[in-house]
Design a protein around this ligand. Structure first.
Ligand SMILES: Nc1ncnc2c1ncn2[C@@H]1O[C@H](COP(=O)(O)OP(=O)(O)OP(=O)(O)O)[C@@H](O)[C@H]1O
Length: 202
């Protein structure tokens, strides 16, 4: 994914002031920044949900986006969500989604309506839906919110596996824990992305 000189403003509130980013294949990349720095705005621009006021975003291949706020249909079960997205992604089966469910530890909830799921389990489904078509570029906005410690660790192992399989994974968070798991760490500050070397593996 290639991002060049991206600007975005909500009316007169300028949030992004010329963001450049190159997300290479086989890279696990993090973006951190304070609350309100514009991280979600940037991901919405990268995913195409928002149009930049200036600049370009280019990517090729399958694309996955996990938004910060869970978007589920409370009338449907977990399995029905998988079927719905299977159709949307034109997948032959949901075996990979089931593998991800196993990794994130919520297979036992397959037949539950999402309205009765805990916040953490809803988030597990949110993440699963974003990556069940094995996207080449995966954008995750605060993906581990609500995860218990064990799931949090398994999430990072999964992200590392995707990176090792040649996928580009971008994780956005206001918390810069576990930065040693990342290949690149960027800080969004003042509407610009700057390298943040703290703790990134050499
Ligand atoms: N739809 C909108 N209309 C107007 N202003 C908005 C809108 N969405 C976000 N903003 C403003 O843009 C700025 C950046 O918001 P954004 O949600 O991108 O930040 P963030 O870094 O993701 O924050 P957080 O860590 O709290 O999730 C904030 O000042 C926010 O109030």
């Amino acid at each position: 994914m290639e991002v060049k000189d991206v600007h975005h403003a909500y009316r007169r509130r300028v949030v992004l002031r010329g963001v450049d980013l190159r997300l290479r294949a086989g890279t696990l990349c993090g973006i951190v920044g304070e609350n309100g720095a514009g991280k979600s705005t940037l991901l919405k621009v990268l995913s195409g949900e928002l149009r930049p006021t200036r600049g370009t975003v280019r990517h090729s291949g399958r694309f996955g986006y996990c938004p910060q706020h869970v978007v589920l249909n409370d009338a449907l079960t977990v399995r029905q969500h998988l079927t719905f997205f299977q159709t949307a992604y034109c997948l032959a089966d949901v075996r990979y989604a089931e593998e991800v469910m196993e990794v994130l530890g919520f297979t036992g909830y397959a037949d539950e309506r999402t309205s009765v799921l805990s916040g953490g389990t809803r988030q597990k489904l949110n993440v699963t839906l974003a990556l069940m078509h094995d996207p080449q570029v995966l954008l995750l906005d605060e993906p581990y919110q609500g995860f218990d410690w064990d799931t949090y660790q398994r999430f990072w192992d999964l992200a590392a596996r995707l990176r090792d399989a040649g996928r580009s994974v971008l994780v956005v968070s206001h918390l810069a824990y576990d930065t040693e798991r990342l290949d690149e760490l960027w800080r969004l500050d003042g509407g610009l992305l700057r390298p943040d070397e703290a703790g990134v593996a050499a």
